[in-house]
Write a protein that binds this ligand. Structure first.
Ligand code: ATP
Length: 361
């Protein structure tokens, strides 16, 4: 039964590459079942992207995919294995285009520990909010050309872009998140050395802190943070940082709680769309074997529906996300279901089935 007064959510399905073809369908199956349980209407839109799209449509981001995405509420994006693409103008990495086109500047990456899966610490529950559209990554900091260049064979220069607007908006996303959680925000930087770049990021975080007097704020230098994250991850709640620091630190955080299979993410911006995207890559080394851990993609999907539920006032979608969360936690406790990377004897299908079995309203 669906609620007739609330418009159906329009959700895209983009498998991505390699293990994407295993973990995205698993996540969709679970979301479909949870939606049915709570009467949430969803129009699903499978869309071509990546290596398969190159074969079928002659382009890794074929005409039509972006246009359809513009009409959606959100989508699941599986990992993109662009390093495996053949060289050629039609084999581009579609990922930065999606982030830029839809201005998805905040990459929200939670880290949570669960019992018995090989976490290095118990009681970890933190979220790293990584700036997603500027910083050091050369594919994100130029309109044309690359942010890296080599004037002669001995010298390479890499440009890092930090803007006030970019810093302020990602910091605001993090403050808002902190407000919904334990009201503690840590901003991570290295303004002792990058006095202008990190300095600007810190200035904007500090200014914004005045608007959030209910949020406890502290700032930590990135190298100290990397050490404290290993020793004392429970002392953090929401963490905001620039692109490359966030990229590295969120993988480090994943390492604390069972590895990349346990690292979900949601890309958001100022607009009203969001993209569910796990932190990990397309894992070509294990693709096709049925052993990929689908947790990160399933949890990213859950985050998408929770976010859409709140932003659209769609209570069914929020309840759907709550059910998914309970079912996933129960499946993680089942050693015979969970995958080998988190000390299980199961596989992708067994874990997915366990989540489906544990779904309840
Ligand atoms: P990228 O740079 O695209 O993020 P990467 O170089 O970090 O990719 P991944 O594809 O993330 O590499 O894989 C790193 C390692 O983690 C590989 O050994 C891979 O098998 C493993 N891995 C990644 N994701 C998963 C998963 N969901 N389940 C199990 N193992 C995974």
């Amino acid at each position: 039964m669906t609620n007739q007064s609330i418009p159906a959510l329009r959700i895209g399905i983009l498998d991505g590459d390699d293990i994407g073809h295993e973990i995205v369908p698993a996540s969709v199956d679970i979301a479909r079942a949870a939606a049915e349980l709570h009467g949430v209407a969803i129009d699903w839109h499978p869309l071509p992207i990546g290596a398969r799209a190159l074969q079928t449509h002659g382009h890794t981001l074929p005409p039509g995919t972006l246009e359809t995405l513009r009409t959606l509420d959100g989508w699941l994006l599986g990992p993109i294995g662009h390093r495996g693409y053949p060289k050629g103008p039609n084999a581009i990495n579609p990922h930065p285009i999606l982030r830029k086109t839809f201005n998805l500047f905040a990459n929200v990456r939670p880290t949570r520990s669960y019992p018995d899966i090989g976490c290095l610490h118990d009681g970890v529950d933190l979220v790293i909010v990584r700036e997603n559209n500027e910083g050091f990554q050369p594919d994100r900091n130029m309109v044309a050309g690359s942010g890296e260049f080599r004037p002669n064979d001995e010298v390479t220069l890499s440009v890092r872009v930090i803007t006030r607007t970019g810093s302020r908006r990602v910091a605001r996303a993090a403050f808002e998140l902190a407000r919904q959680r334990r009201k503690h925000l840590t901003y991570v930087h290295k303004d002792t050395v990058f006095k202008l770049g990190c300095g600007m990021f810190v200035e904007e975080c500090r200014k914004l802190a005045e608007e959030y007097p209910d949020v406890r704020v502290d700032d930590v230098i990135v190298d100290t943070f990397a050490m404290r994250l290993v020793r004392d991850p429970q002392s953090f709640d929401v963490v905001v940082t620039t692109n490359m620091f966030g990229d590295i630190l969120s993988d480090e955080a994943a390492g604390l709680v069972g590895g990349l299979g346990m690292a979900p993410g949601l890309c958001i911006g100022d607009g009203d769309i969001a993209m569910a995207q796990a932190t990990h890559g397309s894992a070509p080394d294990i693709a096709g074997q049925g052993i990929a851990n689908p947790y990160a993609m399933i949890e990213s999907t859950r985050m998408l529906f929770d976010w859409l539920g709140h932003s659209r006032g769609n209570e069914g979608a929020v309840r759907m996300a709550t059910s998914m969360s309970r079912a996933t936690t129960a499946a993680l406790a089942d050693r015979s279901a969970r995958t080998g990377d988190i000390r299980g004897s199961g596989n992708t299908v067994a874990f997915t089935q366990a989540v489906l079995r544990n779904l309840s309203a």
